[in-house]
Design a protein around this ligand. Structure first.
Ligand code: PLP
Length: 411
């Protein structure tokens, strides 16, 4: 019988979302009259912008005619999209990224999970804690994480605690690390890294010959001036950083699927003989071997985001979710809770009241206000004592959930 990849057996079970579902199910069964509102949702709820929908329809019609039909496209994306990305996402920031450094894909989840394949199995990985679970689990699967200890940490991973005391900014590693996943604006804390903090990371990576894997999936939510939208706004970052972006949370593509990863020509690792090896051709090889490109139709939809009308509509979508985030922030603060995030990200990171764990607070909100969020401890050990709510819900639900929390939570 074939032996399985034993590293998969080291994964923590996906306890978080199944446990949430179980508790909600049990509560609903006992209280069938309760209208439960889900504010823990990490998915968008508004439809695609009309300019995108129009472009998708037009592309479908092209596929219906022999003279404009297209089969396999370039594995790394059509030029019409990569050149728009280079111009609007980077050129507009004063950053130079060439179209052949941009790899269009079907998701930042896939890319941030797959990128570790081009690095050696014994590379040491650092993660912010709490963290988007994909970075950790993909490294567990690859055998890079070691074993789970009794504090809920894998013994070969460097955890960088992001807590209120450090403003949710990860400390620089105090031991040798090869790869660092940074996600800013952050899921789940909603924190951002200002220019100085990002500069410190780039300098550290250059000094220690580490690679930064920078997930900017929520870049479009940055509101405050002066917060970098791309790591390449920092001098020297092209030598040490890969950047992930996505159309999911900006243009509502969570179900449509389009994203891209930037691998500059300068960023490198080392081969077995110690010689520098550029990552761009390795990622090209990986993608062109294992991926056949994003559908033409979808890339046409994504390209529509860069025209005036598409840009305005995307801005409106983000404004909508950020208004929800503000409603949640203001309401919870009025209810006497300590609230972080929600200013440059759709995520609101709530400190649980004294004496309540993340799960205690989950139960309290569910039973008293019939509101469901996500216990912070599910995102990593340093998430204990926090709770995540999101601005992705419907407006009426968001307002009602906040009103219930304000009136029904014990003071
Ligand atoms: N990166 C982060 C930090 C996320 O929170 C998410 C989705 O929740 C993703 C990536 C996934 O993006 P995509 O839909 O492009 O796969």
């Amino acid at each position: 019988m074939a032996r399985v990849n034993e590293h998969y057996l080291k994964l923590k079970s996906s306890y978080l979302f199944s446990e949430i579902a179980r508790r909600v199910r049990d509560f609903q069964a006992a209280h069938p009259e309760a209208r439960i509102i889900r504010l823990g949702i990490g998915d968008v709820t508004r439809p695609l912008p009309p300019a995108v929908v129009r472009a998708l329809h037009e592309a479908v019609d092209e596929m219906a005619r022999a003279e404009s039909f297209r089969g396999y496209g370039p594995e790394t994306g059509y030029d019409f999209l990569t050149s728009l990305v280079a111009e609007h996402d980077y050129g507009a920031l004063g950053v130079s990224v060439a179209p052949d450094e941009i790899f269009v894909s079907d998701g930042a989840k896939q890319d941030s999970g797959n990128i570790q394949e081009i690095f050696a199995p014994d590379c040491v990985v650092a993660l912010t804690d709490p963290v988007y679970p994909v970075y950790l689990d993909s490294n567990v699967m690859a055998g890079r994480a070691g074993v789970l200890d009794d504090t809920g940490r894998y013994d070969r991973v460097a955890y960088l605690p992001c807590v209120a005391e450090n403003g949710f900014r990860p400390p620089l590693p105090d031991r040798r690390v090869d790869l660092v996943y940074l996600c800013f604006p952050n899921n789940p804390t909603g924190a951002v890294l200002e220019r100085d903090a990002l500069r410190a990371w780039v300098e550290w990576a250059r000094q220690h010959e580490a690679v930064l894997l920078f997930d900017a999936a929520y870049e479009a939510y940055i509101r405050e001036p002066g917060v970098p939208h791309s790591i390449y706004e920092i001098e020297g970052a092209r030598e040490v950083a890969v950047e992930f972006r996505s159309f999911s949370k900006s243009a509502g593509f969570t179900g449509t699927r389009c994203a891209f990863t930037v691998v500059p020509k300068e960023v490198a690792g080392r081969g077995p003989d110690g010689a520098r090896v550029a990552l761009n051709p390795l990622w090209f090889r990986r993608q062109s071997t294992k991926f056949n490109g994003v559908p033409y139709i979808v890339q046409k939809g994504a390209a529509a985001v860069y025209a005036d009308e598409g840009r305005r509509q995307v801005r409106e979508l983000i404004d909508f979710y950020m208004d929800n985030a503000r409603i949640i922030r203001d309401g919870l603060e009025a209810a006497g809770l300590t609230v972080h995030g929600g200013r440059n990200a759709p995520y609101i990171w709530v400190k649980t009241p004294p004496g309540l764990s993340s799960w205690d607070f989950f139960d309290l909100l569910l039973t008293e206000a019939h509101v469901v969020g996500t216990p912070g401890s599910g995102f990593g050990p340093s998430g204990e004592g926090y709770f995540r709510l999101t601005g992705f819900g419907r407006r009426e639900d968001t307002e009602e959930a906040v009103a219930r929390i304000k009136t029904r939570l014990p003071r």
